[in-house]
Design a protein around this ligand. Structure first.
Ligand SMILES: *Cc1c(COP(=O)(O)O)cnc(C)c1O
Length: 458
């Protein structure tokens, strides 16, 4: 029997030196973000009060196809990158599928998820500009954890607003953030106007990413020498995450294959865009035949059931208006365990790609996601993050199709993180304490009907 290669590793000198800016290759560019007051396209200077200048420039960059990764950031990447590309022989065998399944293992980052790829970059640009304090939000705690470590690595003080339900369900993630030296506040809190308002209106509200973002922005605006950082949705975040796909591109070549299908789980789009955009560029430029699929939770289905409209990125309406598939910025998602996917909207690049039919989306029920995650754990030895379980479930659907059609497809998915700090979620699943959430059309309509129409009329 010939031995089959299972892991594809890149030497340090092969780690990409640039990130990929997909906007430059899109025929239909994303619509611009709008100033909520004037409804005019945001100018880069208008983003400076909130974001580090270099990040604001990256956010609006439509001209540079590749953007250099600063040497200081690359040095930090080298502690865990390149991450392995793994052929999932165990899962293939269990599924009895002719599909070849590969996954990019972002769970090996020191903090356990892909989020560090952008956290390090954002901390670096803040530091470089002389910023001393930063604020952010976190859902399940993955972004807050990554940002806490990155802030410490670059000598910044960080305050994290953590969605209350996760603060209570996932105390260990809070402990990790505190271990890295950041301050963690359960959101909604009484420390901001946005928090006080929602607590007065709904005293038992368990929080959402949208509310936590509002609180973090408010604190940043009131604190001298302070900027706000965000872990998903925005273009510059996804830009930083393209290192995942750029590495995977080289590693798939080492494996002698090219993916027919690329899958990522979907919260705001950063790991999905990160793994898929470098491959999608071959479709945009060379008409390469690939399918890219975003796997979102059925309880928060902005891509499959939301509307395309201008909406705020946060609950209180402090952010610019973003062109997005959205469920409405005050949509309160069910308390599923995949906290990182409980966000109402999709990033503007992904939203445009979806409109143009360049990508697909599938919604996954909570119970199916854990069933998939457990099969993956048992066959590959890694307990996946509840978010990543959605990508695995979508991969299983495609592997099953390949089997029915008798076709050898090559599937690549992103394992965005491990679930070792999410065992309360697995406990609940194993104890039969979890359920699916049905979201009625009526609830979606009620939320999106509140949105103003700001789309261009042509
Ligand atoms: C935050 C997170 C996600 C969702 O965020 P995206 O920006 O959509 O990638 C997915 N998986 C893990 C492990 C996360 O921490």
């Amino acid at each position: 029997m010939t031995t089959q290669q299972k892991r594809f590793l890149l030497p340090e000198n092969e780690i990409p030196t640039q990130w990929y800016n997909i906007v430059t290759d899109m025929k239909n560019k994303p619509l611009p973000m709008l100033h909520p007051g004037t409804k005019q396209a945001m100018k880069v200077e208008e983003l400076y009060p909130l974001f580090a200048e270099e990040l604001a420039k990256q956010e609006l960059n439509t001209t540079d196809r590749f953007i250099d990764i600063p040497e200081e950031v690359r040095e930090k990447y080298k502690f865990y990158r390149a991450t392995p590309l793994v052929r999932a022989y165990g899962l293939e065998k269990a599924l009895d599928t002719p599909a070849h399944i590969y996954f990019k293992n972002e769970s090996v980052s020191p903090v356990g998820s892909h989020k560090l790829n952008s956290a390090l970059a954002q901390a670096y640009y803040c530091k470089q500009q002389g910023v001393t304090n930063i604020t952010t939000e976190t859902g399940a705690g993955q972004w807050g954890t990554a940002m806490s470590y990155a802030a410490k690595a670059f000598g910044l003080e960080l305050a994290v607003y953590m969605v209350k339900v996760s603060y209570e369900q996932k105390p260990y993630r809070r402990s990790v953030m505190q271990t890295f030296g950041s301050q963690v506040i359960a959101s909604p809190s009484m420390s901001t106007k946005a928090g006080r308002k929602i607590l007065t209106d709904h005293p038992t509200y368990q929080g959402s990413l949208g509310t936590a973002i509002s609180e973090a922005i408010e604190l940043a605006m009131q604190t001298p020498n302070c900027k706000y950082v965000l872990g998903s949705v925005l273009n510059h975040v996804t830009l930083h995450q393209t290192i995942i796909g750029l590495e995977a591109e080289k590693q798939m070549a080492m494996a002698g294959e090219y993916p027919d299908i690329i899958i990522g789980c979907f919260g705001g789009g950063s790991n999905f865009g990160g793994i898929s955009f470098p491959f999608l560029r071959h479709k945009l430029i060379d008409n390469k035949d690939i399918r890219i699929i975003a796997a979102e939770p059925a309880s928060c289905p902005k891509l499959t059931r939301g509307v395309f409209e201008y909406d705020f990125g946060d609950e209180a309406g402090y952010t610019p208006l973003l062109p997005m598939f959205t469920l409405g910025h005050d949509f309160a998602p069910a308390h599923i365990h995949a906290g990182g996917l409980r966000y109402h909207g999709a990033g503007s690049i992904v939203s445009q790609l979806k409109r143009d039919g360049l990508m697909e989306a599938v919604d996954i029920q909570q119970l199916d996601s854990f069933k998939a995650g457990i099969l993956f754990a048992q066959t590959e030895g890694i307990v996946p993050a509840p978010e990543s379980c959605h990508a695995i479930a979508a991969t299983m659907i495609e592997a099953e199709k390949a089997k029915l059609e008798g076709k050898q497809k090559t599937i690549l998915f992103n394992l965005s993180g491990h679930g070792l700090i999410d065992m309360a979620a697995y406990d609940a699943y194993l104890a039969d304490d979890l359920s699916n959430y049905e979201l009625s059309d009526e609830v979606i309509r009620r939320n999106v009907d509140k949105l103003e129409n700001n789309l261009p009329t042509t």
